[in-house]
Every structure is written in C-alpha cells, then in structure tokens.
Design a protein around this ligand. Structure first.
Ligand SMILES: *Cc1c(COP(=O)(O)O)cnc(C)c1O
Length: 421
C-alpha cells in the first residue's frame, strides 16, 4: 500500500477538516516538546530546526551539572568521551546504518573534506570528483579546495539530469546531495549509487536536507560514504556538529587526512606518532564540542521516540496539502511550485517561485509565518511533521494568498535584503 492510501487518503477540504485531522494525529503530542514562540508558524526547520525541551534540558544538565559540578571527571563519568559514537549510533538508526558506522564530529563542510580526500586516495588511479551544478555551494567549494590541496584532481560539475552519463573510468567519487537545498528535488539514491559503483567510483551522499526529512536506508542502497547536518531536521541547535557515515566494509580503507589525537588508536597514551583507531573514532579530529553535542542529542532523542513511517506519511500529506492550496490560492498571482509534485522525488520542504519572493517572505515573517528566501526568486517552506499541524499549513498559505491579493509586499518598508533570511 502506498503511503497516501492510508490515513491521509483524502486531504482536508476546509480549516475545520484540518483541525479534525490534527486532533487525530498520532504525532500530536510531539509538538509539546518544542519550545516554539507563540503565534508563529515556523516553516524554517530545513534551515534551523527549533529548540526542543529535551535539547534545552540536555544543555542545562551539561552546563550546570556535568561541566559545572563534574568538571573534568565528566569526560568519563558523564560519558563525554563516547558521545560522538553514542549520538552517531542514534543517528545511524534513523538513516539505516549499523551500530559503529556513524560518528558525530566537526561540521558538514569539514567532514566532507575528510571523506572526499579519503575517497580520492582509495581510488588513487582515478582523479575526478563528479558532482552536479546545483549542489550546495559549500560542497562545491570544499571539493574545489580538495582539488587545490591534492593537485591533479578534477572537479567535474554537470547538470543534475546528466550525472549518470558522466560516470566513467576517471571518476573516483560521485558526490551528490540527496535532497536539493533549492528546489527540494530528491535524487534516487539506490539508482545513482549502483551506477557509480558499476563505473568503479565511490558514491558519497550529503544527507543534510534528508536526515529527519525523508526515509533513508543507506545499507539497503549500499551507500559508500555519507554525511549530514545536525541543525536542520535533527533540531540539534545552531552550529550543531555534523555526522559522517562509513560502512564497516570501508573503515580503515577510507583514511581521514586530519590526524588529530581523538582519532588515535589510544589518545591517552600520548604517543608521539599517529596510529589511527580501527573503528569510527579514526574519523574524529579533536575534542568533541560537548555543549553543541548535548543539544544535538536532545534533538535526536525525540526522533527515536516516533514511528518513522508515521512521520513520512504526515510529511507527504502536509506537503500535498500545501501544494494544493498554493495551486488554488497563490498560482493566480504568479506563484509557481519549484518542487517536484511526485512525493518520491521530493524532500520535506517546498519551494515556491515568485519574482517578488524576497519581499513576500519579509511580509510573511511580519505576519508570523517564517520560511526563508533563496536568491533570486525562491521561498522555501519546511513541512516538519514533529511540530507542524495541518492547520498551520492551511493558515500559512492563507496568509501568503492575502499578501498577494492585497499587495502589501509593495510597501516600501520591504526594500533591502538582510544578510541572513
Ligand atoms: C546545510 C548544508 C551544509 C552545511 O554545512 P556547514 O558546514 O554546517 O555549514 C552542507 N551541505 C549541504 C548540502 C547543506 O544543505
């Protein structure tokens, strides 16, 4: 049975239907865990996930008790040393990794640097990093930097639809972001991974916009390497550490280029010569960022309380409702939908296009509906089932339609762009 033949076979036709659906929502109580400001419809969870009670409590305990009272003893007693693996294993359960295949460390950008170099060295007879033009800028920049450091490496950037056509015997690693940060388009992970491996390349996936957004099963897709962000759908807090995934079959074969003491086989023997750990710890660099780790663990723990299938089912229904309402109420004012309409080809955010997107988003935020703007003309809205209701989607689109109808976005108070939207 497909996802939509179930609870949400018929989408709500009125605001009252939305209220009813929310009352019967099996995830209804999960919303209480989030400390969202009142009177705000938060659709920015793909950019910065909101604060949860659990994350706030973990940070409080970490600062007041573990750091404040436990001091350095907390490295052992409060489990700080194991935190990168412990939280990594929790994320592993969400993405289809085995225990001991995921670790939390550094930022997505830095982890990508480490994995790309590891991949290129494992395929040393090849010299190409293959990616697509719409990849997130940091992924492109990091790859350019890797080419700069290693020399004799070519970054081959091709149109999204042509990745498979460019897989040849020169490609060492195919570096793809699973869900596009702009349009919300989702690649077929299994198909692309197979194609890369058939060509002898490694398949490296950036899951920043996928983890906590769409069903993932890295083992079933036989993914070689992956990484992702902690502060988007995982709700780990601003600057939360990232995670990286190396399956058991590649651990050791993929080597990190950053030889820090935390990746050493025996960090506390203080030996003068580097020798990597044999498991996931080898991908650590330095001391874990424990305050951010606490917030991330709080966010991730909430994910482990919910049935994943229920989350995806609601996510699909929320975005289907949003698409329908936008078609009905906003399309007449020139709004188009940049995200694929097929649920299997999208993530958990919807992107709308309008030539006045920036001003529209400012006007929305002024009215308590927060998404974000991406140049030149995109508005992004995350549909996050843990804390969003059907009624929120109903009201948010209603608000956008009202702004379009009354043209309040023409107001001269919406002229300039602010640095972060
Ligand atoms: C959010 C995101 C990142 C974030 O990288 P940072 O190092 O955390 O700034 C990287 N790649 C993609 C595809 C993203 O969506």
């Amino acid at each position: 049975m497909s996802m939509l033949e179930t609870r949400y076979a018929t989408l709500p036709a009125s605001r009252a239907d939305c209220v009813l659906l929310d009352e019967r929502d099996p995830l209804r109580e999960m919303r209480e865990n989030f400390l969202l400001p009142p009177n705000l419809i938060y659709l920015g969870g793909n950019s910065l996930g909101p604060l949860s009670r659990a994350a706030a409590e973990q940070v409080e305990a970490m600062t007041r008790v573990q750091w404040g009272q436990g001091l350095l003893g907390s490295w052992d007693e409060a489990g700080w040393m194991e935190a990168p693996q412990r939280v990594g294993n929790k994320i592993g359960r969400l993405i289809g990794g085995q225990p001991g295949e995921v670790i939390v460390t550094d930022s997505t950008s830095v982890d990508l640097f480490k994995l790309l170099i590891g991949a290129l060295r494992l395929r040393e007879e090849r010299h190409v990093i293959l990616t697509e033009a719409e990849n997130f800028p940091t992924d492109l920049y990091i790859a350019q930097g890797v080419a700069d450091v290693l020399g004799a490496v070519e970054l081959r950037v091709v149109p999204r639809a042509e990745v498979v056509d460019h897989l040849d015997e020169s490609v060492a690693v195919m570096m793809i972001t699973h869900v596009d940060f702009g349009s919300g388009h989702r690649h077929d992970m299994r198909r692309l991974t197979e194609a890369a491996q058939r060509a002898g390349a490694l398949a490296l996936w950036d899951l920043s916009h996928s983890t906590g957004a769409v069903p993932l099963d890295l083992a079933a897709c036989n993914v070689d390497l992956a990484l992702g962000c902690g502060y988007k759908y995982l709700n780990g807090g601003p600057g939360a550490p990232a995670f990286l995934y190396v399956p058991h079959r590649l651990q050791g074969a993929i080597r990190s280029p950053i030889w820090g003491w935390m990746g050493h086989a025996s960090p506390f023997s203080f030996e003068g010569t580097y020798a990597p750990d044999s498991g996931m710890r080898q991908y650590l660099s330095g001391t874990p960022h424990m305050l951010s780790m606490a917030a991330l663990e709080g966010g991730v723990d909430l994910w482990l309380e919910v049935d994943q299938a229920t989350v995806w089912e609601k996510s699909a229904a929320l975005s289907n409702l949003m698409i329908r309402l936008v078609d009905e109420q906003c399309a007449p004012y020139g709004v188009t939908i940049a995200t694929p309409r097929n649920v299997n080809e999208r993530g958990s955010h919807l992107t709308l296009r309008h030539e006045q997107a920036y001003r529209l988003m400012r006007a929305l935020i002024d009215r308590g509906v927060e998404g974000d703007f991406r140049p030149p003309d995109l508005m992004r809205f995350a549909v996050t089932p843990l804390y969003l209701r059907f009624v929120d989607v109903w009201d948010a689109v209603g608000c956008l339609a009202e702004i379009l109808r009354t043209r309040v976005f023409d107001d001269e108070k919406y002229p300039e762009r602010t640095p972060v939207t």
